[in-house]
Every structure is written in C-alpha cells, then in structure tokens.
Design a protein around this ligand. Structure first.
Ligand code: ZN
Length: 189
C-alpha cells in the first residue's frame, strides 16, 4: 500500500527515532510496514525513504536507485533495507551533493557529504550486516540516516545554494551530471 508522505512542518520529521527490537521487527504488521515503505518510495520515485517520512518515528530506512526520473544521473543501487543503522565516516574528505527530499516540495540544495562510509545495520529479518558505501550513493545513505535523527537536508546546506526543481534542471543539472561522473570515477558507484 502506498502511504502518505509527511511534509516539512510535521513534527514527526524532527523526532529522534526509536530503535526497533527484534520482536517488533518480527511482527507481521512491521513486515507489511516495510513493504509499504518500499512501495511508497517507488511510487514517489525517491532514491530513498525513511520511516518518519510516512509518520513512524522508527529507525528504518530504505535506499534503491533504478531508472529514477527524479535523479536520472544517480548511479543505480540495489534495494537495501536498514534497521537501526549506524554510519561511520571512513574518510575526512567531503563533496557537495545536490539533494532533494520527498518531504520538502520543490527545493534542492548542496549538502557536504562523506564519500566513503561504513553502514552497519540489521536487514528486515534482524540479521546484522555491514556494507561500505561510496560516492553519490554514500550521500543518499547519509540523507536517509539524518531523517532518523530529525535532521533535514536544508539544516546542513548553504541556503545560497537552494534552488527549485525547474531552476535546477535549467541551470545546474548539466554541471551536476559532470560532477557526478567525477565522483564516480574517483570513488566508484
Ligand atoms: Zn529526505
């Protein structure tokens, strides 16, 4: 079922989300919720979505990029469900990622992101996993993880980089495509 996406101003987006227990994760309602979260992300063409974006203050997000019309220049990445994630930065380096958010209509802005991270999380069955994530995809994981701590991308962006989607497409998208190629060449993904 496609769920309603909460919009900026809704207090759930500013909550410090709760960890999910193994017992909670095992409940059929929680498994249905995760299916709905994935379906909602796909219906909205998001690169990722976090539980508070559908009104639940739980530490769960999903990331997946495949044939994405919102971000046609982003490298593809397989569906990854992260429960109770922890992200560690593996380099001091930062790059500027031009971000948007399903919970913030018609705004994009440049956010400094770490291009090499370690993600430790549980999968939807409560099995722990670790994955190193690089480049543009690492930025997507950091954006979703921020949602679990009540942080939204404009909090981290220089407001002078803010742009509507139409202005972005007209003025910046071509440069961003080139910048993405450079990051992919340097970091992979
Ligand atoms: Zn977002």
């Amino acid at each position: 079922m496609v769920l309603d996406i909460t919009q900026i101003g809704n207090p759930v987006l500013r909550e410090n989300c709760q960890e999910v227990t193994v017992a909670e994760l095992a409940k059929p309602e929680m498994q249905t919720f995760i299916d709905d979260l994935i379906e909602t992300k796909r219906a909205a063409n998001g690169a990722g979505i976090a539980a508070p974006q559908v009104g639940k203050p739980w530490r769960i997000f999903v990331v997946e990029v495949k044939d994405n019309p919102r971000y046609p220049y982003k490298p593809e990445t397989e569906l990854t469900i992260c429960v109770n994630p922890e992200i560690t930065f593996l380099t001091e380096e930062r790059y500027l990622n031009f971000e948007g958010c399903l919970s913030i209509p018609d705004l994009r802005g440049k956010v400094p992101r770490c291009p090499h991270i370690l993600v430790k999380a549980w999968d939807r069955n409560g099995q722990p996993f670790e994955r190193q994530v690089k480049g543009i995809t690492a930025g997507t994981f950091q954006h979703e993880d921020d949602h679990l701590n009540g942080i939204m991308f404009p909090d981290l962006a220089d407001s002078r980089t803010f742009s509507t989607w139409a202005e972005f497409e007209q003025r910046y998208e071509a440069d961003v495509r080139e910048g993405v190629k450079d990051i992919v060449t340097k970091w992979g993904e």
